[in-house]
Design a binder for this molecule. Structure first.
Ligand SMILES: Cc1ncc(COP(=O)(O)O)c(C=O)c1O
Length: 398
């Protein structure tokens, strides 16, 4: 294995006494992010003021960092750009894909998709009207539901709750065979598993940078469009920074070159500085090594939890090839159990109605973390330490 995960772990700030198994929700802080953000604030914003847009390369950052992320998801340079939140990028990708299939009415998704993606699709269908329809089926029924009326297949590759992974290449081939386009949400894929957007012939993809890519809370999302489609895409959110010449201040919109047209407005420069620091760590590893280590960690975790905590039921696929980089267990008191774990320094999260979710991120998760977390989980389950009123009280974010 060429990737040195002991070296990468040292490049993260991990609080003392904490075993962090929630990088699938919010990645920890790269040590260098603090200095990079500080330099961005002090030397660039502070000293350069507005000239930073040119002098510090702020305006190029969405495309430059997009290319850095592109390397991790099999995207050619010039096909990924950053900005906005993932929900906005879902809207943009879906709206553009629908416009490219004017005669067709159906968006197909699944009931395992992240609710925001479904809400966005529903809102878009309502505003476009014209008989368009969002159809959702069970994840296992997606392939059979692909038919000649399909405009866009819109899926999240790795299920946020269970970690179940769709067969992306197979579903793309099936959708393309009926003349439909595909939009993939890579929120739980980018930095988690090997993704080959170009090889699988994806049309559109979107994802976030604050989970496995460690850009910090509120870090920008990314969007990918296959190079063969970029010139045909007319952005629905036609903001000024997606214009061919933003500083011409024309009254008419003309889409920018290639993927640049998917930019909307002013990008979050300070947050991108943090992401830039994180991507330096990503440059030290290959996704093949990350995936191999992730499978070792998740396999060990499943085996140990099942041996130590029989009351927990595995909610993730048992076959590592069929899951992402997270492992989920079910228990009707899952929320209280997770609060008890967090109180003892093991941070995962809870997803309603009954899912305990644990993310494994080889850049900083070790086998000792796996062993340590299972020992604490065993103690909590064995002694019913979760059974306290304070652990049942729901916080705003779970
Ligand atoms: C699969 C998936 N899609 C979309 C989103 C929404 O992302 P955002 O809050 O950046 O809009 C999330 C957030 O966790 C997600 O997991």
């Amino acid at each position: 294995m060429a990737s040195d995960f002991e070296a990468t772990r040292r490049l993260f700030h991990l609080p003392e006494g904490v075993i962090y198994l929630d990088g699938n929700s919010l990645g920890p802080m790269p040590v260098a992010a603090r200095a990079r953000v500080d330099a961005c604030v002090k030397d660039e914003w502070g000293e350069m003021l507005i000239t930073g847009w040119n002098k510090a390369g702020w305006m190029e950052m969405p495309a430059r960092l997009g290319d850095r992320i592109g390397r991790l998801i099999g995207a050619a340079p010039g096909s990924v750009v950053l900005g906005d939140t993932l929900s906005i990028k879902v809207y943009q990708a879906l709206a553009s894909a629908l416009e490219l299939r004017p005669g067709r009415k159906v968006i197909l998704s699944d009931t395992g998709n992240f609710p925001s993606d479904l809400y966005i699709a529903d809102g878009l269908v309502r505003s476009l009207g014209g008989g368009r329809e969002l159809r959702t089926v069970a994840p296992e029924a997606v392939e059979a539901a692909i038919g000649p009326d399909l405009a866009v297949l819109m899926l999240t590759e790795v299920d946020y709750r269970t970690g179940r992974k769709h067969d992306m290449a197979r579903l793309i081939a099936k959708a393309h065979a009926v003349g439909a386009l595909v939009v993939w949400d890579l929120a739980h894929s980018a930095g988690a598993i090997e993704v080959d957007l170009a090889g699988a012939d994806t049309d559109f993809a979107v994802g976030c940078s604050y989970k496995y890519l460690n850009s910090g809370p509120g870090g920008p999302a990314f969007i990918y469009i296959a190079p063969r489609l970029q010139a045909q895409v007319r952005p629905a959110l036609s903001g000024w920074l997606g214009h061919e010449a933003p500083f011409a201040f024309d009254l008419d919109y003309r889409p920018g070159q290639g993927i640049e047209r998917m930019r909307v407005g002013t990008p979050p420069v300070i947050q991108m500085a943090a992401l830039d620091a994180s991507l330096d760590i990503w440059d030290m590893v290959t996704m093949a090594d990350v995936r191999a280590r992730s499978i070792e960690l998740t396999e060990a975790f499943i085996k140990a939890v099942e041996a130590a905590c029989p009351a927990l039921t595995l909610a993730s696929p048992r076959d590592p090839a069929a899951r992402g980089s997270q492992v989920s267990f079910r228990h009707k008191e899952g929320y209280a159990i997770m609060q008890a774990l967090i109180a003892k320094g093991v941070i995962g999260d809870f997803r309603a109605p009954d899912i305990l979710r644990f993310g494994f991120t080889p850049l900083y998760t070790t086998m000792a973390d796996v062993t340590g977390a299972v020992a604490i989980l065993k103690e909590i389950m064995g002694g019913a330490l979760w059974d306290r009123e304070e652990y049942r009280r729901r916080a705003r974010v779970t």
